[in-house]
Design a protein around this ligand. Structure first.
Ligand SMILES: Nc1nc2c(ncn2[C@@H]2O[C@H](COP(=O)(O)OP(=O)(O)OP(=O)(O)O)[C@@H](O)[C@H]2O)c(=O)[nH]1
Length: 380
């Protein structure tokens, strides 16, 4: 599945633990735990040029025993069979979105009717007015330049236009530039946060990463339990507390992650609607308090969006980005959705990088986002 890179020494696996109540967020704590093995790797290529928020510009945590610079490399090529398998799942997941677009190209002529039909199909796929207009203009230019006369060839040109539009969203998640890499995850209820964190944890753990999970949903027992299951399954530690302040749990987790030499701290937050202003304030507080625990953190602020929600997902990206200065997205549930065009809308209107896309509930159904693969799968 994901591509991981070079691994240095590994430490023995730790037993999963449930920690006691978190300390107050304003107090520096020294959590127990021995030093772990150090790893330096990345999910892929160098970061794209999205500006880091001002409060993320503090120097990186120097607490590392590893003199090797972080690996920032291109994704490891997947074995042929594995790659094929993913493309098949992606294609089948996107079939509902793609089929109505693909039907447009079954005629014999390239004329206004074709473009009108295409416009309708793109809008129906929740591509949004701006991205639809952009794609149509770009496509017409490509058709003219290439003197294309076959509708089937126009479909290939649309795939090119779509891949170019989506390209700025393609960015790998880099792990290893900080010790630990602190990743905060937010999203509306049921978007797939905990599942995506679980899948990420599994892949990180499978590749020898030491992970600490923070169950910052202190109110919903089921959410903590769900995260706890992933922690146990992957033999990683979890900081969990019933009731109390989610920011305090996050603070404790980051402090413990530093003290125990973890590679990654993943903070799972409670689901909330962007319209619930007090809960959005709570998220901002978690972010601030994480920075108190580690000046350079959070290194990633991810929003998980449900691909089924189409244009609503774009609204969520805007609002959460304004509140938290997002560094990346995970788009889930692209399987069976007729609204997969929303990625084009995001690329056009709020291009926050898409680190992963999900096309199912299984671990292998979450993969890194590749613009060309996505465009090809959509118009297959
Ligand atoms: N079909 C499909 N289902 C998914 C995908 N990702 C997650 N799910 C399912 O979506 C449901 C909600 O996922 P959770 O991970 O619990 O969502 P959450 O955002 O943590 O939810 P809250 O804790 O309530 O905010 C679960 O049944 C998941 O199995 C996906 O890519 N495709």
């Amino acid at each position: 599945m994901f591509s991981f890179f070079k691994k240095k020494s590994t430490a023995p696996a730790e037993a999963p633990i449930e920690t006691p109540a978190a300390p107050p967020p304003d107090t520096e704590t020294s959590a127990s735990g021995g030093a772990m093995g150090w790893l330096r790797k990345s999910f892929g290529a160098a970061p794209a040029d999205r500006e880091a928020p001002a409060d993320q510009e503090a120097p990186a945590l120097p607490a590392t025993t590893d003199s090797t610079p972080p690996t920032v490399a291109l994704p490891t090529p997947k074995p042929e069979g594995e790659r094929q398998g993913w493309m098949e799942r992606l294609k089948s997941g996107l079939r509902k979105t793609g089929s109505s677009i693909a039907t447009v190209f079954t005629g014999t002529q390239i004329n206004d009717a074709l473009y009108e039909e295409l416009e309708d199909a793109l809008l129906m796929a929740d591509t949004g007015v701006k991205a639809t207009q952009h794609l149509l203009d770009d496509l017409k230019r490509r058709v003219k330049d290439s003197k294309t006369t076959e509708p089937a060839a126009v479909k290939a040109l649309l795939a090119d236009a779509l891949a170019d539009l989506l390209k700025p969203l393609e960015k790998p998640l880099v792990i290893g530039e900080h010790q630990p890499t602190v990743i905060m995850v937010a999203g509306v209820n049921g978007a797939g946060k905990t599942t995506s964190i679980g899948k990420l944890t599994k892949h990180l753990a499978d590749h020898g990463e030491t992970v600490l999970l923070a169950a910052a949903d202190t109110f919903r027992a089921a959410a903590r339990e769900q995260l706890g299951v992933w922690a146990t399954r992957n033999t990683v530690e979890i900081i969990s507390q019933e009731g109390g302040d989610p920011a305090a749990v996050s603070f404790d987790a980051v402090t413990a992650g530093r003290a125990r030499g973890k590679d990654v701290v993943l903070v799972d937050t409670a689901g909330r609607l962007p319209t619930q202003l007090h809960l959005m304030e709570e998220l901002k507080k978690i972010r601030r308090v994480v920075t108190k625990a580690e000046a350079s953190a959070p290194h990633e602020v991810l929003l998980v969006i449900d691909g089924n929600t189409g244009q609503n997902a774009l609204t969520q990206v805007r609002t959460f980005d304004d509140a938290l200065q997002l560094t990346g997205l995970i788009v889930t549930k692209l399987d069976g959705t007729a609204k997969g065009g929303v990625l084009a809308a995001i690329a056009q209107e709020r291009p926050v990088p898409v680190y992963f896309i999900g096309v199912g509930e299984k671990v292998e159904d979450l993969e890194t986002f590749n613009a060309r693969e996505f465009a090809q799968a959509l118009l297959a």
